[in-house]
Design a protein around this ligand. Structure first.
Ligand SMILES: *Cc1c(COP(=O)(O)O)cnc(C)c1O
Length: 432
């Protein structure tokens, strides 16, 4: 028996008349997996429920923020408590200082931090800081990494651009990406060559230290270390975009896990506890170029919003309380899912590559190990779409795109995983 999606279908038909594509962020439209997008009504723990009353075990988790699952009681309490005292002041609050202190204590590279409202804004601002500090214009980024949707970063990006196969976005004047050099991820030789050709000209080298927006792609041995060594010698800054990995792979993010400390770091997703909050920070001498101390302007009406800060503060507090054991258990859970997926694929003879690190994983349908954007693109997206639809029908919600991660939360139980594993096993029968 097929699940009923009639209410979602009716809402989508209405939505497309008023919202471009019916959605407020492109990948939500399900274009690469087929079918109409679902409209969600509520979430609780590991589950989400659509407007037709169907329940799903959720592995999207709002694309990463919800490390404690949906409607986590302590987060809700923190938000409602803050809301009862006013939703926004446009002035400083004590909680902002507490959150800043927590971030500085947790993230190795951050001595000073500025709060903003989205990851896009965080990266855009951090790059402005890098340029203001170094008085250089060039930036180097990597194919398949996603740094939000601001103009300079939309060449060969991951996330929605990868999903829709767009080389870059229309509406970005050529002279705005002229100062962006894009290189293949994990290619140490290509980086050495490009960097040597622009000695003394590069403001910052920016990357996801563990890529998550072309699906999960961990850095190869020596990649981050080479970037660190060469940028330091040249006076260029190293920027880790940890919007996904910050507080996801460890309290100190990928930089702590992998032992490479950048000059600047961007955070988002988890630090907002599901509310709009992001941050950029780094060495104090660099961050002191930011206005009102220095000449780099950056501001925000809702920056450090009390509700978002309350949610973020509570979220980070629970993560600290949970400690490494909490992260180990998340890793164990995604490990169960990865092992079962590999077993199912082997059983039916479908070639896959599973990339996983911490509590994140991606299944690629290819015989080629996935180490960069080119190899990620070898994945059979039609097979992923089939897997997605079969799982959805069985009440399991994975990302509606190949080029994303699956996330587990502390709310996912072993029973949830048992159910998911059974569904995955069944889904692979249909992939042959
Ligand atoms: C999600 C993401 C962004 C953009 O954050 P938004 O809050 O969607 O603007 C930037 N960088 C990375 C690595 C991301 O995963």
């Amino acid at each position: 028996m097929s699940r009923n999606h009639s209410q979602s279908a009716a809402l989508y038909a209405e939505a497309v008349q008023y919202i471009p594509g019916g959605v407020n962020s492109p990948v939500r439209a399900f274009k690469s997996v087929g079918g109409d997008p679902l409209f969600m009504e509520r979430g609780a723990g590991s589950r989400i429920f659509d407007v037709d009353g169907n329940g799903y075990i959720d592995y999207v988790m709002s694309w990463g923020p919800l490390i404690f699952g949906h409607a986590a009681p302590r987060i809700l309490e923190a938000i409602t408590d803050a809301a009862s005292r006013g939703t926004s002041f446009g002035a400083s609050t004590a909680a902002e200082v507490t959150l800043a202190k927590k971030i500085v204590a947790a993230v190795p590279s951050i001595e000073k931090v500025r709060l903003v409202s989205s990851g896009t804004e965080a990266v855009m601002s951090a790059v402005r800081v890098a340029r203001g500090f170094t008085k250089r214009d060039l930036i180097i980024k990597f194919e398949g990494n996603y740094h939000g949707h601001s103009d300079g970063f939309l060449a060969k990006s991951g996330s929605g651009l990868a999903t829709f196969g767009l080389p870059d976005s229309a509406g970005v004047p050529a002279n705005l990406t002229r100062d962006t050099i894009t290189l293949p991820y994990n290619d140490i030789a290509a980086f050495r060559e490009a960097f040597a050709a622009h000695k003394g000209e590069v403001a910052c080298v920016m990357l996801e230290p563990i890529a998550g927006n072309m699906g999960i792609v961990p850095p190869v041995a020596g990649f981050l270390e080479t970037l660190r060594e060469l940028t330091a010698a040249d006076g260029a800054l190293l920027l880790f975009d940890e919007v996904i990995t910050g507080f996801r792979v460890s309290v100190g993010g990928a930089q702590q896990m992998l032992g490479v400390t950048p000059d600047l770091t961007t955070l988002g997703k988890i630090i907002g506890g599901g509310l709009p909050l992001a941050a950029y920070g780094g060495r104090a001498d660099i961050m002191d170029v930011v206005s009102p101390v220095g000449p780099v302007y950056q501001a925000g009406t809702l920056s450090g919003n009390p509700l978002a800060v309350a949610a973020g503060l509570e979220q980070l507090t629970i993560l600290e309380e949970g400690g490494p054991e909490m992260y180990d258990d998340l890793t164990r859970k995604i490990g169960r899912l990865a092992t079962a997926t590999q077993t199912a694929a082997d059983r039916v003879g479908v070639p896959i590559q599973i990339n996983r690190i911490g509590s994140m994983m991606t299944t690629f349908f290819t015989e080629t190990p996935v180490t960069d954007y080119t190899t990620a693109k070898t994945s059979d997206a039609a097979r992923y779409a089939k897997l997605f639809r079969s799982l959805l029908e069985q009440g399991i919600y994975f990302a509606p795109s190949q080029f994303e991660a699956a996330f587990v939360s502390t709310a996912h139980t072993d029973e949830d995983l048992d159910a998911t594993i059974a569904a995955v096993d069944k889904a692979f029968d249909g992939l042959v």
